[in-house]
Design a protein around this ligand. Structure first.
Ligand SMILES: [Zn+2]
Length: 324
């Protein structure tokens, strides 16, 4: 069934502010609003305020609303006046990402279907999809990224597109092909470390260890990654860099602090569940406070554990299994 789009287009008097340039789209860029407003409210706010920030569609759990015509550019990618994201891509905002929960999940599900529909209409494949982060490094779509689900979302769009009879995704190279061809990989634009790992049949932790990558969100285009071999000496890290403590850790008064907590925080950060993304050292401070508990909680809910924010044997085992 075709998803209907409600048009609440910006008035043409606002074009010079919101969408000054004609556009022939070449990509679709996915965002999370980092807000808890409905699509109708997001679009009415966007079209009515005096900021230049703009995007084409907002999607919530019930509907898709369009604010900018598709033949005009919108300012949503943070890559500058002539940036490809801003000048050549259709911006899709997924609502309710701030608090998440059922409403957000429904919004994301509708967005997946809608983006597949946009691809189908254009005869495009999933290779046309970008995340905001690809254009300027901004941590957006924040919820999808912090939950480590970008590949999953892309795969869901691909599956939906296939269901609609659209372009099939090219088959990823097989392990043997890539492993024998020099066992390195050159980072291309739009690549994510998790995808490279998946495509090449190595774990992300291994890739990080082999190449001394501390923050998987910052790999450079053109960087040559080792896929096999022993750990890079420049990283100086031992294989056991993700040691995890036994026992139970939770928010106490005063806060529990120390190396054990730091180990938990470091392991969570390696899996993208940062105690405090963007803060100094991503919030890895050795204190088991509310932010660490929240990271544990997000991790637990993602892996089917009781989401109580308390680190114990089950959480430990799950983290260990993922970092092996
Ligand atoms: Zn964004």
């Amino acid at each position: 069934m075709t998803i209907a789009v409600k048009k609440r287009l910006v008035s043409s008097e606002e074009y010079s502010l919101k969408c000054p340039n004609p556009m022939t789209p070449e990509y679709i860029t996915i965002h999370n609003t980092a807000n808890d407003a409905s699509a109708a409210n997001e679009i009415s706010y966007m079209t009515g305020n005096s900021e230049s920030t703009s995007y084409h569609f907002a999607v919530d759990d019930k509907e898709v609303i369009q604010g900018i015509p598709l033949d005009r550019n919108a300012w949503h990618s943070g890559d500058g006046t002539n940036g490809t994201g801003n000048r050549k891509s259709i911006g899709v905002e997924i609502c309710y990402s701030k608090s998440g929960g059922a409403r957000y999940r429904a919004a994301e599900a509708l967005a997946i279907k809608f983006v597949a529909q946009l691809l189908k209409e254009r005869g495009w494949g999933v290779d046309k999809i970008r995340k905001h982060q690809d254009w300027n490094g901004k941590y957006c779509p924040h919820r999808i990224l912090s939950e480590g689900r970008w590949d999953q979302v892309k795969a869901a769009i691909a599956a939906e597109l296939e269901r609609l009879g659209g372009k099939k995704a090219p088959k990823p190279p097989t392990k043997t092909e890539t492993k024998t061809s020099g066992a390195t990989y050159t980072v291309k634009k739009g690549d994510a470390l998790s995808v490279i790992a998946q495509k090449n049949g190595v774990s992300m932790a291994t890739l990080q260890r082999l190449n001394g990558i501390k923050n998987p969100n910052f790999i450079k285009v053109g960087q040559v990654l080792k896929l096999t071999g022993s750990a890079s000496s420049s990283s100086g890290k031992k294989k056991s860099s993700y040691t995890l403590p036994s026992g139970v850790f939770k928010v106490t008064s005063p806060l529990t602090k120390g190396t054990a907590v730091k180990q938990i925080q470091t392991a969570l950060a390696a899996l993208y569940y940062y105690p405090d993304k963007g803060a100094k050292n991503n919030g890895i401070d050795g204190y088991y406070g509310p932010k660490t508990a929240n990271a544990v909680k997000r991790f637990q809910s993602m892996y089917g554990l009781p989401a109580d924010g308390i680190y114990g044997p089950k959480t430990k085992a799950k983290i260990e299994a993922l970092l092996k």
